[in-house]
Design a protein around this ligand. Structure first.
Ligand code: NAD
Length: 291
């Protein structure tokens, strides 16, 4: 089956990035959310990104115009998936919410299409069990920021067919991504390591080991990470990081217990870049405010 259209469910940090690379690859892309504000923000952010790419000479005006022209938005999941060829779910990392979304997609989308989830941690076998097509469900894990990060981690559930993996790999490659295939285990490869390092950095901040700036600087310059774990947490979203940790704590045990300071930040609405404040503070256009 040739894939011409993709529906991305959830227009947050990840959904809008996935919709951008999908439209750029020439797929007719529909971005779905329950919030009109989120859809509008996503459209604005994708236009800004396309304009910047034109300024840097990475895209021509025509390519940027085609990209924007390939994107539609919708508040109606059941209508949006009716005639789509491929679905990528990117709603928050909460099992009940993912269950609800996957059940709806399964009911209204064509029976032969693949439903991929951008989950960072949740078992694709479990996600597949929310549908009547578990052989066509797998995790398709993108990285933030999606237009810059080259990897897509493909995680097979117990029932996922090899044909489904091939279809996901082809879609990812058309989006210009490299893929790895990972066996199902909570947190896969990347989220497990990233959650562990990010959580440890929060414990250090809580214990007063060093300032946030110095923790990040030490990890970047001493261990050669491209970003410090606290600035990465702000980019990922501290609520998303906390949800991942809660799931890993439940499934893999004590070593993933979320740092109380992280829980406190989330309670206070300090979610990172997307709310203008997390560990650090950000201007309206997402730039770090230097102290
Ligand atoms: N943030 C990251 O760096 C990152 C990286 C890789 C994977 N992920 C995973 O991607 C998924 C999404 O994370 P995010 O950071 O983009 O979250 P987010 O909170 O930024 O965005 C989620 C979006 O989903 C929307 N939504 C909620 N309920 C919905 C529904 N029923 N139907 C349609 N839309 C709905 C929300 O309005 C919001 O716009 C999660 O599973 C997360 O673990 C996140």
């Amino acid at each position: 089956m040739t894939i011409n259209s993709i529906t991305v469910v959830g227009a947050g940090v990840m959904g809008r990035g996935i919709a951008y690379v999908s439209a750029l690859a020439g797929f007719q892309t529909t971005l779905v959310d329950v919030s009109q504000d989120q859809l509008q923000n996503a459209l604005d952010e994708m236009s800004i990104l396309a304009n910047k790419a034109v300024e840097r000479g990475k895209l021509s005006n025509i390519e940027a115009g085609n990209l924007v022209g390939n994107i539609q938005t919708s508040l109606e999941l059941h209508t949006a998936v009716k005639s789509t060829d491929f679905v990528i779910e990117a709603v928050p990392e909460k099992r009940d919410l993912k269950k609800h979304v996957l059940e709806t997609v399964d009911t209204y989308a064509a029976k032969d299409i693949v439903i991929a989830s951008n989950t960072s941690t949740i078992s694709p076998t479990e996600l597949g069990s929310y549908t009547k097509r578990s052989e066509k469900v797998a995790a398709m894990h993108f990285f933030n920021p999606v237009h810059r990060m080259r990897l897509v981690e493909i995680v097979k559930g117990l029932e996922t067919s090899s044909e489904t993996v091939t279809i996901i790999r082809e879609v990812a490659e058309r989006m210009g991504k490299e893929t790895v295939e990972v066996n199902e285990f909570p947190g896969f490869v990347t989220s497990r390591i990233s959650a562990m390092v990010g959580n440890e950095a929060f414990y250090m901040l809580q214990e007063g080991v060093a300032t946030a700036e110095d923790i990040d600087k030490a990890i970047k310059l001493g261990l050669n990470y491209p970003m410090g774990p606290l600035e990465l947490g702000d980019l990922v979203g501290l609520d998303t990081r906390l949800n991942n940790l809660k799931y890993l704590h439940e499934t893999l045990g004590e070593k993933f217990r979320p740092a109380p300071l992280l829980e406190q930040y989330v309670k206070a609405g300090r979610l990172g870049r997307k709310t203008g404040r997390g560990v650090y503070e950000y201007s309206k256009d997402g730039e770090l405010i230097k102290k």
